[in-house]
Design a protein around this ligand. Sequence first.
Ligand SMILES: [Zn+2]
Length: 516
Amino acid sequence: MQALFPTRIVILFSILAGVWGCVTNPVTGKNELGFISTEAQIDIGRKNYIPAQQMQGGQYKVDADLSEYVTSVGKKLATHSGIDLPYEFVVLNNSVPNAWAMPGGKIAVNRGLLTELTNEAELAAVIGHEITHAAARHGAQGIERGVLLQGAMIAAAIGTRNQEYAGAMLGGAQLAAGLVTQKFGRDAERESDYYGTQFMAKAGYDPEAAVTLQKMFVRLSDGKRSDWLQGLFASHPASQERVENNRARVAELRAQGYTGGELGADRYQRAIARIRQDAPAYAAYDSARKALQEKSVDAALKEVDKAIALQPNEAQFYGLKGDIRRLQDKHADAVRLYGQAIQRDDAFFSYLLGRGVSRAELKQRAPAKEDFTASLKLLPTAVAYNELGKIAEADGNQDEAVRYYAAASKARDQTGQTALASLLRLDLPRQPARYVKSELINDGSGKLFLRVSNGTPAALSGVQVRVALRWAAAGDETFTVDVPALPAGQAVVREIPLRKDSLVAGEATTVAAHTR
Ligand SMILES: [Zn+2]
């Protein structure tokens, strides 16, 4: 039964089969206690990078040169990080000003942050800070301290509000969400500012940009812009202290001879020209999303059409228009729009998932199945598993349907509930013992008890248990115990009357159970 309803704790601890020991921090050179090796960190990053990108809008694709540019800046800094991690850098298609780093050197910068920066040195300050989080084991320390668990739960809750499907993120995806919304604590942040500024100076940038960047943050945080509050400021509160610390750090670096660094303002402005020019298109897209959340469908359609007219190469715009048409039950139109999105970006789960749902509505089961399967490779969602379960059931593949419903039932949202109901409807009559555990307990006082426990979160009725006993003198005896009602997750205990004869062996098996 356990396998059907695992907790998040299981997910975490299965990854971290390490032992506490002394590890040398590659950035600070200090020895510290830890149990997550560099190899384990690289593994965590490798497994979680794609799902984390997917739940935050996917990669920005309209101007492929932009990602290459950010990567080139990142690589220059990474060579000074003190550890040769498999660093990777991506630009996420997300208007929220934010950046994050995962263990193992997997880093992301949002499109919405790039348009706020003024020069390449400020970008270097952001990336240098994030590289330090990865290189100095800050993510690993968070996992070791157990704070990530909380982060993963919060992230799952945030996901529910922001992304229609991400609410039902499953398994490893929850860990990915926790990793990118993790708060590292003040000491780690100070360390990242300190070493990040050093990396940028060593890479040939003017470290003064770390000061102007923090000043900009302080200015913006006074303005209380909600996109900043849910983005970078959620994990990195701006403060005058950070400005002052960076100022002191720059003075130190100047004294060490780092005086000729460059800002790279022109180069930076050239690199972000496309996203700067497209800012009105993304603003229209963002207000279309907001309108849709507020159920103003007509306003959403108007805004998204405006976005498409301004930048017809952006997949996200067609994807959102597909979502709108799907919600209006215009499934043929939705399928066409998702197709246009996929033509422009075939590596974002949401377009595939949306098209799958609309195709399923149109009874196109085989192509819908392909879409759901492809979406799962990018991000595991309960919706995709549940829909695959429905398709398998309609195709008469009961075992396959049970597997998909079981996967979807792990989500703690409406889809998870629906999938659980389907799972129990299909599988409970076939395999009652899988869900209702029956055992005989000899308590040592000469009494025998039968314990029947409901391992499902659903109330059950009509539970029947077959009890087989073997007596020394009287031989085999078989009888059935009825449990008319068994509440969700609970157990009942019944006393089994003993004979004067002595009991040799006994066995209890659940043979019937129904959902109420
Ligand atoms: Zn930070």
